[in-house]
Write a protein that binds this ligand. Structure first.
Ligand code: GLA
Length: 429
């Protein structure tokens, strides 16, 4: 089916307006403490890994010195457990004096001096999820001002210990309060994750107006099972999620685990590829001081990042779900290009998947296919049958450009299931 018009119509900026702070026109990229370092506050026994200014200084140094910043990884984001248990005499939040002796403002300066940005974490309930002081309704203004005074660049506003009514008031109020400070502060809202992530409980039109990104779903954990669970939810609900994403307003499937303990190299490439297809924020949560060269090269893959950061900001979709466990994902990109990901859920051996671009509903023409991880180029016609060998829980990812630049309006809205193709002569890549 060729129903391109529908997809492009749903991507037009006419229906959805983004938060007007001019930020995050492409998905934000950086580093976030939570998944890897959690709420480790035991600096006495675990000084290298505890939530302290030293941890963020170390990560800022790595981002600035190891080639991350130039690729776009510019946010250094604090998560939960950074604050003191008590507010100061003026009622302001303050960082834990032992673990952040210099304070957040000084840390922000350190980060800015290295061409990076600082993110912080708050919670719209009485307490954060980790039990630290929250930012309930009556504290929103003062806390937004404190963050701005500290020259913070991004806020993740969590939702533990708050109810539906408070969230309905609190998330828009924080958006207004941040805007009122006059400092551009990227705003990440966990609101939808607390309301099941789907309409009618979640109003994505409103979220697009008040937040730059939002967590739609539960927390990612350091395992392939967890990544699969996140992938399933996001692509099973793609018809709801695709139209609401765009420049300045992103769905957030949570952090990248690449470089941690739970994923193989194939699974790491799969996470990177599918987060790029989803136009997802790329927040690594790993230890950049000790990361392996394999994990680093996946996270620093220039073409995967280019696909993620495409300026049109159209979230991609699953277009094929084969019974044999192979799935194909597609994302339209600027300059008449597109990305394809062939993904295997199989557990046996590399699967030789045979298809053609015309079977994937590409319009008639010649294409240049660049294999993002193998870094090889191949020319092919829409009608050429080819075989990709996809490893178990792995991907093959292509960046496709069309030298002829023809027939692009025929791009379609996919999403149907198909059975395995018949055996036909193939072009092997
Ligand atoms: C929630 C969030 C996580 C993290 C923790 C901190 O679970 O979803 O991303 O911020 O709180 O306690």
């Amino acid at each position: 089916m060729h129903v391109a018009v529908l997809l492009f119509a749903s991507a037009l900026p006419l229906t959805i307006v983004a938060l007007d702070n001019g930020l995050m026109k492409t998905p934000p990229m950086g580093w976030l403490a939570w998944e890897r370092f959690r709420c480790d506050v035991d600096c006495e026994h675990d000084p290298k890994n505890c939530i302290s200014e030293n941890l963020f200084i170390d990560m800022a140094d790595r981002l600035a010195e190891d080639g991350w910043r130039e690729l776009g990884y510019v946010y250094v984001n604090i998560d939960d457990c950074w604050s003191s248990m008590d507010r100061d005499k003026e009622g302001r939040l303050q960082s834990d004096p032992k673990r952040f002796p210099g304070g957040i403002h000084k840390l922000a300066r350190y980060v800015h001096d290295r061409g990076l940005k600082l993110g912080i974490y708050g919670d719209m309930g009485t307490h954060t999820c980790g039990g630290y002081p929250g930012t309930p309704l009556d504290k929103i203004k003062i806390d937004a001002q404190t963050f701005a005074d500290w020259e913070v660049d991004m806020l993740k506003y969590d939702g533990c210990y708050s109810n539906v009514t408070e969230q309905e008031q609190g998330y828009p109020l924080m958006s207004e309060a941040l805007n009122a400070t006059g400092r551009p502060i990227g705003y990440s809202c966990s609101w939808p994750a607390y309301q099941g992530g789907l309409p009618p409980k979640v109003n994505y039109t409103q979220l697009g107006k008040i937040c730059n990104l939002w967590r739609n779903y539960g927390d990612i954990q350091d395992s392939w099972d967890s990544v699969l669970n996140v992938i399933d939810w996001f692509f099973n609900n793609q018809e709801v999620l695709i139209p609401v994403a765009g420049p300045g307003r992103w769905n957030d499937p949570d952090m990248l685990l690449i470089g941690d303990f739970g994923l193989s190299m194939d699974q790491s490439r799969a996470q990177m590829a599918l987060w790029a297809i989803m136009a997802a924020p790329l927040f690594m949560s790993n230890d950049l001081r000790t990361i392996s060269s394999g994990a680093r090269s996946i996270l620093q893959n220039k073409m995967a990042i280019t696909i993620n950061q495409d300026p049109m900001g159209i979230q991609g979709r699953r277009i094929v779900k084969e019974k044999n466990g192979i799935e194909v994902f597609w994302r339209p990109l600027s300059s008449n290009a597109s990305a394809l990901v062939f993904f295997s859920r199989r557990k046996d051996m590399p699967f030789r998947y045979q298809t053609s671009l015309s079977k994937l509903n590409y319009p008639t023409g010649s294409y240049k296919a660049f294999d993002v991880f193998a870094e090889k180029t191949v020319m092919l016609k829409d009608s050429t049958d080819f075989v990709v060998s996809v490893n178990p829980s792995g991907v093959v990812m292509w960046y496709l450009s069309s030298p002829a630049k023809r027939h692009l309006r025929q791009f379609y809205k996919g999403g149907r299931s198909r059975d395995e193709g018949k055996a036909i002569p193939s072009f092997i890549l």
